[in-house]
Design a protein around this ligand. Structure first.
Ligand code: ADP
Ligand code: MG
Length: 395
């Protein structure tokens, strides 16, 4: 169920987007074959573009068959992988019709006409989905014009049996790559998928938890941590911020680790580990660079925070970290920075995205800052120590 190909019944928190998509298809549903106007879906990786399209197709097909007693097929083309040139795209479309369309030595127009004729002959309709279309656009911007104008090259076709959904990362690329007004007009029917906020990720993860784990195996704090890490509102700085895909993947990896430990329950440390794994090639490298750029005392503070967390106080009260920091300074024979400065460190490090900060309103002392680190603690602390040692600290 944590498999990326699993499509749940509902688009959690985004059913209104499915409805918007459905509205763009009302013409097609009422009067199939009369008009052709592609619909554009955009958004960054992992925000549910592909999921929504598959989910919508199921409804569309059902309604279409019910109202017209005709078949509707989907031709799904992922332009990222092996489908960048127009011929490759058309070949994939032909394959999804299970038709043997010759593509050698003939023009794209002719291939398209064969496809259209097959649809005519079988009295079928088609939803053409071009996913990750930015790759095709980059490969050859003419592809966009071809797709935009498939029904302009011939009067021979009585019905416009194809409707298209174009999925890409960023709508502004259409303007960047082409001057074709017909292509640019795709933006008239455009659905933008926002990166997910923390609370949305929480609902998506809760749904996956229910379907993929034993009851109680994943405590709420685990879900809470993952959603916090990836929420576009709580942690906007990562390339993967707001991605449901990355959130689900983190949960999966954490679950896998708990299982390997022979444990029934997923812990926060499993999440730290999963997060580290997931971001190893991107963010850990990135954060490594950020660590190098920190002052000595910021690093000493981080080292102390990691120690407090490793001792089991996760998340850690900032006061406790400060105590640890002071005794570390004493041990190393350096003058500790002032209290207010410590708070500045915490604030800055959270802004950079190295630590995670939240406030606790429950305590007797009113609001106090709680801190944590999102990477596997031991390797993290080792890396900090490494840098400090290079700077002459005997840590
Ligand atoms: N609103 C949602 N409800 C449930 N699952 C979602 C939702 N949005 C995304 N997902 C899940 O997140 C993962 C990534 O979604 P996907 O459609 O592949 O993203 P994109 O195509 O935008 O890169 C998939 O496993 C998908 O099922
Ligand atoms: Mg996708």
């Amino acid at each position: 169920m944590l498999d990326q190909s699993y499509v749940p019944e509902k688009m959690i928190t985004r059913e209104h987007k499915v409805e918007q998509l459905a509205r763009y298809f009302l013409d097609f549903l009422d009067n199939p074959g009369s008009t052709y106007h592609p619909v554009l879906i955009t958004g960054k990786q992992g925000v549910g573009k592909t999921h929504m399209t598959f989910r919508f197709f199921r409804d569309l097909k059902e309604a279409f068959v019910r109202e017209h007693r005709k078949d509707l097929v989907m031709a799904y083309v992922n332009c990222h992988f092996r489908n960048r040139s127009l011929m490759q795209i058309l070949r994939t479309v032909a394959t999804s019709l299970r038709a043997n369309v010759p593509t050698r030595g003939i023009s794209a127009d002719e291939v398209f006409n064969s496809i259209a004729r097959i649809l005519e002959k079988k009295d079928m309709y088609m939803l053409l989905v071009l996913d990750d279309f930015q790759y095709a656009l980059h490969y050859d911007p003419q592809i966009a014009s071809f797709i935009a104008r498939i029904y302009e090259q011939t009067d021979e076709l009585k019905k416009k049996r194809i409707q298209s959904i174009i999925i890409m990362d960023d709508a502004s690329k259409l303007d960047m790559y082409t001057k074709d007004e017909r292509v640019r007009s795709w933006k008239d029917r455009h659905i933008y998928m926002n990166p997910y906020k923390k609370e949305e990720l929480r609902l998506i993860l809760e749904d996956r938890r229910e379907k993929a784990f034993y009851p109680d195996a994943v405590p709420d704090e685990v879900i809470d941590r993952i959603s916090e890490l990836l929420g576009i509102d709580t942690h906007p700085g990562y390339p993967i911020s707001g991605s449901a895909r990355s959130a689900i993947e983190t949960l999966r990896l954490a679950g896998e680790r708990a299982e390997n430990r022979g444990d029934m329950f997923v812990t926060l440390e499993d999440v730290n580990y999963a997060w580290g794994e997931l971001t190893k090639h991107g963010d850990i490298a990135l954060i490594s660079e950020a660590l190098e750029g920190l002052t000595d005392h910021e690093l000493l503070f981080l080292y102390s925070l990691a120690s407090v967390l490793m001792a089991g106080n996760d998340p850690a009260r900032i006061g406790l970290v400060e105590e640890e920091y002071r005794s570390l300074c004493e041990l190393l024979g350096v003058e500790p920075r002032k209290h207010t400065q410590i708070y500045e460190y915490a604030k800055r490090l959270a802004e950079i995205g190295i630590i995670w900060r939240t406030t606790n309103n429950k305590g007797m002392r009113g609001r106090s800052s709680l801190l944590t680190i999102e990477y596997p603690l031991e390797p993290f602390r080792n890396r900090v120590a490494e840098i400090l040692r290079r700077r002459g600290y005997e840590i």
